[in-house]
Write a protein that binds this ligand. Structure first.
Ligand SMILES: [Zn+2]
Length: 63
């Protein structure tokens, strides 16, 4: 069973969309992924609902 899904997120730095691979077998996870466009570290907060919906929130590391 493939639990990985590609989700498009928006970079909080350069506002470009890029794809991240999300492991749907984990209900809640937070990790850092470098933006494909500007290469800055984007904090991703991923929430997977029991119905299989994925919500991804992006945060910038420095404010
Ligand atoms: Zn970026």
């Amino acid at each position: 069973m493939n639990t990985e899904q590609t989700v498009v997120v928006q970079c909080p730095y350069c506002a470009q969309n890029f794809e991240v691979l999300v492991d749907c077998s984990i209900e809640h996870q937070e990790y850092i992924e470098d933006c494909e466009v500007c290469n800055r570290p984007v904090e991703l907060v991923v929430q997977v609902s029991p119905e299989g919906g994925i919500a991804v929130e992006t945060r910038s590391e420095d404010v």
